[in-house]
Design a protein around this ligand. Structure first.
Ligand code: NAI
Ligand code: 15L
Length: 269
């Protein structure tokens, strides 16, 4: 596959979309933007719902690849998750198939496997082939998205890299995030690797920086050419002083998904 140049970024108005809009052009991409909400400062962005099949078909026409970030990014009722994340992702893949887009990078999440116990001490890192253990309907929709991607590869030859993102924010804000943090710059590096690696078929990777306190195995991400440059460790002393070490007796501290397993944050609208 020739290196993609024009890339559709869905979810462009969101937190991660905003960070990637700033960082991806330096990797050589021209971004076409789409979101349910207007994208501030981007009058050419497409304002469309993932439910709008016609708009999606037009949005994907002629792009070399899609980075799919749009959707509900927290827990919500099954009906809301079904519409935005499950049917919405299906609609996007159908549009991509119909228009011959060769590759999608899918924003999966650690919450697809959120009930995986987090490693302690000398425990092995969580492998990429750990079974799906969603911690929420939200996580379930990410498990679905990964399976949908596998189907579209096996049946239609549409490639996907599913990135189980940890926590991609400018800085880690919790002790848990010391293990899962992906710096925005590393996020852009990983998306670039996922867009340009050859013959990915459907590849699933974990998405984080090279954190000292890493819980998962980054080898499938590294195999794409991803070389993380950042580590959350400089934030560790302050966060641990403020919040204390993780308590193994606390169910939210004992699992990869953190508080999503017990008290998930709810999508506000
Ligand atoms: P966000 O909630 O800030 O952004 C999501 C965007 O999707 C919003 O701008 C929203 O308007 C848009 N959207 C929602 N429903 C839509 C629909 N039906 N049609 C079109 N657009 C719709 O979330 P964030 O943090 O930017 O995450 C982006 C993606 O990455 C999400 O899929 C999320 O699940 C995933 N992810 C993010 C992580 C992170 O650390 N930020 C961690 C793991 C996964
Ligand atoms: C996610 O999947 C969410 O979209 C994001 O807002 C964070 O909560 C992240 O996981 C996390 O686990 O920190």
């Amino acid at each position: 596959m020739p290196a993609p140049r024009t890339v559709l970024l869905t979810g462009a108005a969101g937190g991660l979309g905003t960070l990637m809009r700033e960082l991806l052009p330096a990797h050589g991409y021209e971004l076409r933007l789409l979101d349910l909400l207007p994208v501030e400062g981007e009058p050419d962005a497409i304002t469309a719902d993932l439910a709008d099949k016609k708009a999606l078909r037009e949005a994907v026409r002629g792009v070399d690849a899609i980075i799919h970030l749009a959707g509900i990014s927290l827990e919500a009722s099954f009906e809301k998750i079904l519409r935005a994340n499950i049917e919405g992702t299906y609609n996007l893949y159908e549009a991509a198939r119909e228009e011959g887009v060769p590759r999608v990078v899918f924003a999966s999440s650690n919450h697809a496997v959120g009930f995986a116990p987090r490693p302690r001490g000398r425990d092995p890192l969580i492998p990429i082939d750990t079974p799906h253990r969603p911690d929420t309907f939200y996580g379930l929709s990410k498990s679905f998205g990964e399976d949908l991607a596998q189907l579209y590869w096996d049946k239609h030859g549409l490639e996907t890299v599913s990135v189980r993102i940890g926590s991609c924010f400018p800085e880690p804000t919790s002790v848990r995030m010391l293990s899962l943090w992906m710096s925005p710059a590393d996020g852009a590096r990983l998306l670039h690797a996922a867009l340009t690696a050859e013959h990915v078929g459907h590849t699933v990777v974990y998405g984080s920086s090279a954190n000292t306190r890493l819980w998962w195995d980054l080898s499938t991400a590294r195999a794409l050419g991803y070389e993380p440059q950042d580590d959350s460790e400089p934030y560790a002393a302050k966060l641990i002083a403020e919040q204390g070490e993780l308590d193994p007796a606390n169910v939210a501290h004992a699992h990869l998904g953190g508080h999503f397993v017990s008290d998930p944050p709810i999508w506000p609208y």
